[in-house]
Write a new protein. Structure first.
Length: 367
């Protein structure tokens, strides 16, 4: 194994997926398995499918291309760029949209290849990221979509917690259901899907407050970490440690705990603050902020404390470990979502699939 490395426990991801899919099924909700954290890993996508997912969602067309041969629908979950319309209809069966100009471009490209591309029209219910905010514009956009060939208005959707950190509620998702009913009455059509947000919307299932009519969620965090965002509670039976970072120690020295000299901004324009804790045994691992985020990871060995990092060096306090570590040894870390995302999108982190507790093979993104 080459270091630094990230181990991806596919069995745990598969199990997490099974649990979340079954929970949602009890509420009549389909799960779109969001794969963007994996940087186009077909192995992780297959684990989702084996866990019961029937639609894969990603924010980048390049990742969806890698899933072309997989026997499920693919959804582009970032509203498309006008310049990528041709690839969107070629590699995605469904896309989230808010701009009629882009939808017209998707229509033209879909007609060229004899395909019907499905549209989820995004509606902003308060988070103020993507989506149409005013109802009259929703109706105007629906009217225009219905005139187009090559596209089908499959549903409406929204996003919450990602920008404005607005919590999903019975009220804001209920508004989405009301708008769906108005569209159906006004245009005498059937809206098949109400896509009610991401993993954070699971908090409404947790409280038994999910509005009737929400029948799809786009879930990533809950599948890879077994957590419900907003409440940050663990879903019973799931694993939080499906991803582990392993880094090699390149230095161990006894040093003061507080740097000596005048303090300025560091390379990331932060002014660090250190307490004088006396001398400590410090270890440096060969990984840094270029590849991971130490604020969103924890050592598996609870005696170790993360002190900080620079671009390529992770500094640890291993004083409580006595002589348990030496240069060349490795230290493992459990990762949160942000750290997983950084590690998986870094070319400098080696990726390995783990099956039945053993490293099975190296994972290549986009393959």
């Amino acid at each position: 194994m080459k270091y630094p490395a990230i181990e991806i426990n596919l069995s745990k991801i598969r199990r997490n997926t099974e649990i979340v899919v079954n929970i949602c099924k009890n509420y009549g909700i389909d799960v779109v398995g969001v794969t963007k954290v994996s940087n186009g890993s077909v192995d992780l996508a297959k684990a989702y499918i084996e866990g019961g997912v029937r639609i894969l969602g990603d924010s980048r067309i390049e990742n969806l291309k890698a899933y072309e041969s997989l026997p499920v629908k693919k959804m582009l979950i970032r509203i498309p760029m006008l310049s990528e319309a041709e690839d969107v209809v070629r590699y995605a069966d469904i896309s989230l949209n808010s701009e009629i100009e882009v939808i017209r471009a998707l229509s033209r490209e879909a007609e060229k290849i004899g395909k019907v591309h499905e549209i989820i029209l995004m509606i902003d219910v308060g988070d103020l990221r993507e989506g149409i905010y005013y109802e009259n514009e929703v109706f105007e956009t629906v009217e225009e979509i219905l005139k187009l060939k090559g596209v089908k208005l499959t549903g409406i959707g929204t996003n919450l917690t990602c920008f404005g950190a607005i919590i999903p509620s019975r009220e804001n998702l209920g508004r989405l259901v009301d708008i769906k009913d108005k569209i159906e009455r006004k245009f005498n059509i059937s809206i098949e899907v109400i896509s009610g947000g991401n993993s954070s919307s699971l908090c409404l299932i947790q409280k038994d407050e999910m509005p009737k009519g929400i029948n799809q969620l786009r879930i990533g965090t809950a599948l890879i970490l077994g957590l419900i965002e907003v409440t940050w509670t663990r879903i019973p039976g799931t694993y939080i440690d499906a991803f582990k970072l392993i880094a090699e120690i390149v230095e161990i020295k006894r040093k003061p705990s507080k740097p000596i000299g005048e303090v300025a901004m560091d390379a990331f324009r932060n002014v660090p603050v250190f307490e004088d804790e006396g001398e400590m045994i410090r270890a440096i691992c060969a990984v840094g902020k270029q590849d991971c985020d130490p604020n969103f990871m924890e050592p598996v060995d609870k005696r170790i404390r993360i002190l900080g990092s620079s671009s390529d060096h992770l500094i640890l306090d291993i004083t409580k470990c006595k002589d348990d570590y030496k240069v060349g040894d490795t230290i493992s870390f459990v990762l949160d979502y942000v750290a997983i995302l950084r590690c998986m999108t870094s070319n400098h982190i080696n990726k390995y699939a783990v099956e039945k507790g053993k490293v099975a093979y190296a994972v290549e993104e986009g393959k």
